[in-house]
Design a protein around this ligand. Structure first.
Ligand code: GTP
Ligand code: MG
Length: 188
């Protein structure tokens, strides 16, 4: 058959926003279909592991495929001491996923600073690279809506790149597919 188009996706956002949780949901590795129907016990183990995601050190590389694309995702650490790693991967990226903790009002300004630094970087500024935002943790009682997050980050000011924002609950996997569908349309 046809070879799938290879795309590099950079997953960015502050620490604790849910990047690794989102990427784990997208990976087929968690799916239990290869374990057969008698593997409730294993399903349970895999769900437990999913809850025990630890803060990323540096970054992780994950690969997965959709019907038409072959993705390499760079799951970067959002901790401040590792954020200087992000820019080394800008040049080779075809798309960006930027994750926000919608419940973290205090650090929304920090998220905006990091986003502005990203958008003004020489390897990003002049490119029409698609940016998908996940307003994650929408399940939290005091979570801001995706409209509110979009306002706080001044996303309407992004005029030179296609962008899209989705509310998501990465633990349940809600909202992720919709975002990914948009991203695929932009890349295809
Ligand atoms: P770094 O690797 O440190 O940059 O963090 P990260 O962005 O990869 O966050 P991670 O996926 O490790 O998630 C941080 C915490 O938030 C974990 O305890 C997750 O279980 C939790 N979490 C992730 N997504 C959601 C969500 O949608 N809702 C809720 N309530 N918690 C979430
Ligand atoms: Mg992580």
């Amino acid at each position: 058959g046809l070879r799938k188009k290879e795309v590099n996706v950079l997953c960015l956002g502050l620490d604790n926003s849910g990047k690794t949780t989102i990427i784990n949901q997208l990976k087929p590795a968690n799916h239990s279909n290869h374990l057969g129907p008698l593997s409730e016990e294993w399903k349970h183990v895999s769900q437990t592991q999913a809850q025990e995601i630890v803060p990323t050190i540096g970054f992780n590389i994950e690969k997965f495929k959709s019907s038409s694309l072959s993705f390499t995702v760079f799951d970067m650490s959002g901790q401040s001491r590792y954020r200087n790693l992000w820019e080394h991967y800008y040049k080779e990226s075809h798309a960006i996923i930027f994750v926000i903790d919608s419940g973290d009002k205090l650090r929304m300004v920090v998220a905006k600073e990091e986003l502005d630094t990203l958008l003004n970087h020489q390897d990003i500024r002049s490119r029409k690279i698609p940016v998908l935002f996940f307003a994650n943790k929408m399940d939290l009682r005091d979570a801001m809506s995706s409209v509110k997050v979009s306002q706080m980050l001044c996303l309407e000011n992004i005029r030179d790149k296609p962008w899209h924002i989705c509310a998501s609950n990465a633990i349940k996997g809600e909202g992720l597919q919709q975002g990914l569908d948009w991203l695929q349309e932009q890349i295809a």
